[in-house]
Ligand binder design. Structure first.
Ligand SMILES: Cc1ncc(COP(=O)(O)O)c(C=O)c1O
Length: 387
């Protein structure tokens, strides 16, 4: 089947966070992580069939949901899950919040690896736990993990969880088996539970391979929980569906009990229908999407190399979020982001949204038709060439 990722879809007046959270109709939003593409037609068809039934009462999470998740992880990531390990959830962040409450106390410390997804900060803060930053190392245009610092921070008896963004938003890294093993060894040594956020694991580009944290040697990773979803992969964030899995019965029961206590167990019939259709029928669409996103990345890279060589583009191993090094302009990320918004009506994320370690960077979402990407890049050029 042909899928048309070039189609420009008007998303205004659809209650879109990305497009409607501004009164200004001329603002081009290239910030929040959802895509400007329609989801796979196979998913739309399944939802239409479900809608035409007309009755939308409480819905159980059927065996087909678990089968679809198991089939997907085996086929796409070579990892065999068991049904007893999986818990359906309404989203990665709500699940993470529940899991934090389930296994830690107020005042406990949670390690994150900035610059990193902003909601890790808010989730930890909202639950009254303390954030500990294990900043990534940025050298020669490439990010790696500071293992010595991680070990120092994990050895604190108050450190209870380390959140690993695997693959990493916003720096676009796919962590290698060696890197994940080292994290696992350190966390096991100090009894720190690893939360592996694998929401971006399906959008791994240009021949890179996602390594599920849970697929490492079992003795190292039994103390971990993986979080994932169809929301990034198939552009379904608004349907609020995801799942967590853990081989650890104790962790499973603790998380489940908080989900039950917070009445967060039941999914909507649309969520379940979409997940099953996505995993059973969405693979071909996903492959085409990945090619389109990577072509967009190559286009952006070439454009910036030719027109704005002062900006350095991080290699995009995964996600559709490109991390731009703008330090040569000697202005803060917030200043540049504000100028782009005020003068060029372009909305991108300032790097500082992802922690202090994001100073000097911008994040731009390239999951859009090429025409929109071109427009965004021209706006960046216009503003930055004045410098
Ligand atoms: C790393 C990461 N985790 C979680 C989320 C949000 O997940 P959810 O909408 O399922 O809560 C995002 C969204 O961008 C993300 O980038």
């Amino acid at each position: 089947m042909d899928y048309n990722f070039d189609e420009v879809i008007n998303r205004r007046n659809t209650n879109s966070v990305k497009w409607d959270e501004t009164d200004s109709p001329d603002i081009l939003p290239m910030w929040v992580a959802d895509m400007d593409f329609k989801t796979a037609p196979e998913i739309i068809q399944a939802l239409e069939n479900r809608i035409s039934h007309g009755v939308f009462g409480y819905s159980v999470t059927s065996a087909a949901f678990f089968d679809a998740v198991i089939m997907w992880w085996k086929k796409r990531h070579g990892f065999l899950l068991q049904k007893e390990w999986i818990l359906p959830v309404v989203g990665v962040i709500p699940a993470m919040s529940a899991a934090i409450r389930a296994i830690t106390e107020k005042g406990d410390k949670i390690i994150i690896q900035p610059p990193v997804y902003n909601h890790f900060y808010s989730t930890i803060e909202n639950s009254g736990r303390e954030i500990v930053e294990n900043n990534l190392i940025y050298k020669d245009g490439f990010y790696t993990i500071d293992f010595d610092d991680l070990e120092k921070k994990a050895s604190d008896s108050k450190a209870k969880i380390a959140i690993v963004c695997n693959p990493h938003n916003p720096v676009g890294r796919v962590w290698t088996r060696q890197e994940l093993n080292r994290i696992a060894e350190i966390c096991k040594k100090y009894g720190v539970v690893v939360f592996s956020d694998e929401i971006h694991s399906d959008i791994v580009l240009n021949g890179e391979k996602h390594i599920p944290f849970a697929s490492l040697d079992h003795s190292l990773v039994s103390n971990s929980i993986t979080f994932s979803s169809i929301s990034k992969t198939f552009n379904l964030a608004g349907l609020h569906v995801g799942y967590v899995f853990t081989t650890n019965e104790e962790l499973y029961s603790s998380v489940k009990s908080v989900l039950v206590m917070q009445e967060m167990e039941l999914l909507s019939p649309f969520a379940t229908t979409a997940l099953i259709a996505a995993y059973e029928k969405g693979e071909q669409w996903l492959e085409k999407l990945k090619s389109y996103v990577y072509e967009n990345f190559l286009f952006l890279k070439q454009y910036i190399e030719e027109e704005l060589p002062q900006v350095k583009v991080m290699q995009l191993q995964a996600t559709y979020l490109v991390w731009l090094d703008i330090r040569s302009f000697k202005l803060s990320s917030d200043q540049i982001a504000k100028r782009l918004l005020d003068n060029q009506k372009l909305w991108v994320n300032s790097g500082t949204m992802y922690g202090k370690a994001g100073e000097g960077f911008l994040r731009i979402n390239i999951a859009c038709p090429k025409k929109i990407l071109q427009d965004g890049l021209q706006r960046i050029k216009k503003e930055l060439l004045q410098e």
